[in-house]
Design a protein around this ligand. Structure first.
Ligand code: NAP
Length: 253
């Protein structure tokens, strides 16, 4: 019997995990289908929403999936909630891959807020030069603070553009190294960065660069996620799921 694993992805770790498990089980990686040119994943991929928790539960049943893994981004709250609920509905085990958030260290000048709306307010009334290292969904909140200059960097184009008088746009996909980030901050004379607390090394460069340049950072805190069994790294999660994917004869069945 081949074990069937569905990995809800959209992160580097999900892709790495899929590659690691592919030799031991039948793995499908699920992407939301938002990014126009996604990175090649190296395993079978399905793309697009399932139609809520019920739709996901139906998919899990139809495909005979026996393990669900939520390896989505820490700010993708809806799909994580759906995954937990779908696993309950379909009576399947679920595990999550949750990379730890960053912690401020000496020299960091962070203001922590709960939402992108709070971040826009935290910039204050005086015009500033703001680097928004955020996605399409979060940047709209900054239209409420049109006095600032914005530099917006995202994986996919921001459409429609922000209804503010002064904004520039960059399309780029990480990883971003500290030296590149420092050069960017200097080139655009940035005085404040707004970031999610994504964790991981790929986007940490801007945090280090901000520290080196003494630049303030408005950090949008992580949202609450379902309380399910989780691991922090691909290796830990692979070890946790080993007993699900051991060949049948090794279990003496
Ligand atoms: P979200 O708000 O939690 O999810 C919205 C809806 O998109 C879900 O209800 C689901 O639709 C669909 N969806 C999300 N992830 C999916 C997946 N892996 N496979 C199939 N359908 C999925 O998600 P989001 O914040 O827009 O993130 C979308 C994707 O981008 C996720 O895969 C996430 O890992 C990745 N990502 C997000 C961020 C971020 O900051 N939010 C950053 C980097 C990568 P249905 O209800 O119809 O099933």
């Amino acid at each position: 019997m081949t074990h069937r694993i569905l990995i809800l992805g959209g992160t580097t770790e999900a892709r790495q995990l899929a590659g690691k498990l592919a030799a031991r089980a039948s793995v499908t990686l699920s992407l939301a289908g938002r990014t126009e040119s996604p990175v090649a994943q190296g395993v079978p991929v399905r793309s697009g929403g399932f139609g809520g928790a019920d739709g996901l539960a139906a998919y899990l049943r139809e495909t005979g999936t026996d393990l669900l893994i939520d390896a989505t981004h820490p700010y993708a709250v809806q799909i994580s909630a759906n995954a937990a609920q779908a696993a309950r509905i379909a009576s399947l085990p679920i595990l999550a891959l949750r990379r730890p958030g960053w912690e401020p260290v000496e020299g960091d000048r962070w203001t922590e807020v709960n939402t992108s709306g709070d971040a826009a307010r935290a910039l204050g009334p005086a015009p500033r030069r703001v680097f928004l290292a955020l996605g399409r969904q979060e940047v709209a909140a900054f239209e409420a603070a049109p006095q600032h200059h914005y530099l917006v960097r995202s994986v996919d184009a921001i459409e429609p553009k922000l209804a503010v008088p002064d904004a520039s746009y960059l399309l780029a996909r990480g990883p971003f190294r500290e030296a590149e980030e420092r050069a960017l901050l200097e080139k655009y004379r940035i005085d404040v960065i707004v970031s999610k607390n994504s964790g991981g090394a790929a986007t940490y460069g801007k945090i280090v660069a901000a520290r080196a340049l003494g630049i303030e950072l408005v950090m949008i805190r992580r949202p609450a996620l379902p309380d399910i069994a989780s691991a922090e790294t691909v290796e830990q999660l692979a070890a946790m799921i080993d007993h699900f994917v051991r060949p049948v004869d090794e279990r003496g069945v």
